[in-house]
Design a binder for this molecule. Sequence first.
Ligand code: OKP
Ligand code: ZN
Length: 353
Amino acid sequence: MKTFHNPHHAGHVGQQEMFRGRMVACHEVPARLDFVLAELQRRPLGPLAPPAVDAAALDAAIARVHGARYLAFLATAWDDWVAMDPANSQRDALPSVWPLANRHGFRHDVLPHNFAARLGLFSFDSGSPLTAGTWAAARGGAACALAAAQTVAGGERSAFALTRPPGHHAGPDFLGGYCFLNNAAIAAQALRDAGHARVAVLDVDYHHGNGTQTIFYERADVLTVSLHGDPATEYPFFLGHADERGAGAGTGFNLNLPLPRGTGVQAWRAALDTALRAVGDFGADALVVPLGLDTFEGDPISGFTLKTSDYAAVGAALAGAGLPTVFTFEGGYAVDEVGTNAVNLLEGFQRAA
Ligand code: OKP
Ligand code: ZN
């Protein structure tokens, strides 16, 4: 399979994230991608290249998924942050005030002039530092997702968008969970726009893909399925429960399979089989897999216990869906093992495909 890697990823480098009252080192670091790239060079699955997509086509593909007001915010966020105070050029932008939801009486329709307020309006946590290179990195990642979708729409069995920051927590008009642009959603929408009638998204990251769910929640043409740590105890906490089945025309087209912290490979694989049955019943003609490797037993922020030796069979099971498949790189914070685990899964897919 072709891999599109993001040459701008290392420009997005947070210093610290807020965690339980103190600032801690970021988990979502450039080395994550470098280790996957190095492993792909050791065990090639196909051509490795940066994405070559038309800039106007890229902007259009991003705008199919994200709102104009949010995108305008992101494009100038760093400059606006530094304009608040020149000393900010040495600091990450992190939000510290939020309007919560409309039901709390706060207004979302009026765009604040104050950048710190705008950052709160468009975010849902204080763990996602926005840095000087964030916009270029996020846009480069969307280009990887679009290129991967175009490759698969062009007839190839699979493609891999190897990028960071990740994307599956980013919604139509919000960032959070280390995510700014939803690469998996951009790929799924690009597949729809290229003529695939029914696209399924099967999210295997440890954390619920709340952004992707929200983007497609009222649509019947994109099925979203996610297996993840139960939000009763796990991030992102406020979405990802089993009773969220879609709304309006999209009723029945979202499936959440929350699993308790501590879940091992056997129960996780059973949930994957359930997810794959849903994809089959839906009659998908293309698949997007937000590929998080934070289900690994050694992951520092997650709670499942999959082993390095389990991932090849996961890839083979995904290949069993028999669908043209785009993978987008999401979580996985055990930096030394993330490359091996990712390539084990992708190689397992490729061998079985
Ligand atoms: C992003 B992806 C850790 C707190 C959790 C957010 C986790 C985002 C995970 N200090 N912070 O789904 O892997
Ligand atoms: Zn995750």
